[in-house]
Design a protein around this ligand. Structure first.
Ligand code: TMP
Length: 221
């Protein structure tokens, strides 16, 4: 049985990652490909508990190293219990955020040295690097406006008051995130595709699919 593919979606707040990850999983299933839709932090019982801890209401400040270790602990469990078993069973895994988020949020924007991030990635991700990473790109101010409207009670995304600890950080922080994702995409053009997330949802989905086909992972489309 051929190993499945790991496709990750990355980008700043309000880029539409969750929607696009879901649309890709649905398209794959419609094509007869088994696809597991998952997210980080989260995607396994323990990792979801870590998610609640990291993103839940807290008044305690914390350092980037503590954050990186928590995200990495969640990722280790997610890989062990969800991602690797699915890939080995020939399923595709579509993941809303993955290790590039640690590189960018805790590394580029959080100030952790590259060597620390790389060491964590070697330890936790090891051979399970993404086959394709879709970077959904938009200006930080637009993304934040979308994320905040989604977080308002009655907002379009229906997240209620589920604004997370990161959304409240200043615009300059979110601009560093955008630059960070674009830097990764420039450095790893074979793995990464950058898509303009200001386009209509259906157009973005079409370009995501075209990127998968262009990499020879699916025929047709
Ligand atoms: P979101 O997926 O709803 O955007 O929430 C996840 C938040 O966690 C988001 O603000 C980015 C942040 N995050 C990190 O800082 N590092 C990571 O490694 C991951 C996976 C997420």
């Amino acid at each position: 049985m051929a190993r499945g593919k790991l496709i990750t979606f990355e980008g700043g707040e309000g880029a539409g990652k969750s929607t696009q990850a879901r649309l890709l999983a649905e398209r794959l299933r419609a094509e007869g490909v088994g696809a597991v839709l998952t997210r980080e932090p989260g995607g396994s019982a323990f990792a979801e508990q870590v998610r609640a801890l990291i993103l839940g209401p807290s008044t305690a400040d914390r350092g980037a190293l503590a954050e990186a270790l928590l995200f990495s602990a969640a990722r280790a469990d997610h890989l062990e219990r969800t991602i690797r078993p699915a890939l080995e069973a020939g399923q595709w895994v579509i993941c809303d955020r993955f290790s590039d988020s640690t590189r960018v949020y805790q590394g580029v924007a959080g100030g952790l040295p590259k060597a620390v991030i790389e060491a964590l990635e070697r330890l936790v991700v090891a051979e399970t690097a993404p086959d394709v990473t879709v970077v959904l790109d938009l200006p930080a101010a637009d993304g934040l406006a979308r994320a905040r409207s989604r977080s308002e009670p009655g907002g379009p995304g229906g997240r209620g008051s589920d604004a997370d600890a990161f959304e409240g950080r200043p615009l300059s922080y979110h601009e560093r995130l955008r630059d960070g994702f674009l830097m990764i995409a420039t450095a790893e053009p074979e793995r990464c595709v950058v898509i303009d997330a200001l386009q209509p949802e259906a157009e973005v989905a079409q370009q995501v699919w075209a990127a998968i086909v262009a990499r020879g992972l699916r025929q047709g489309g």
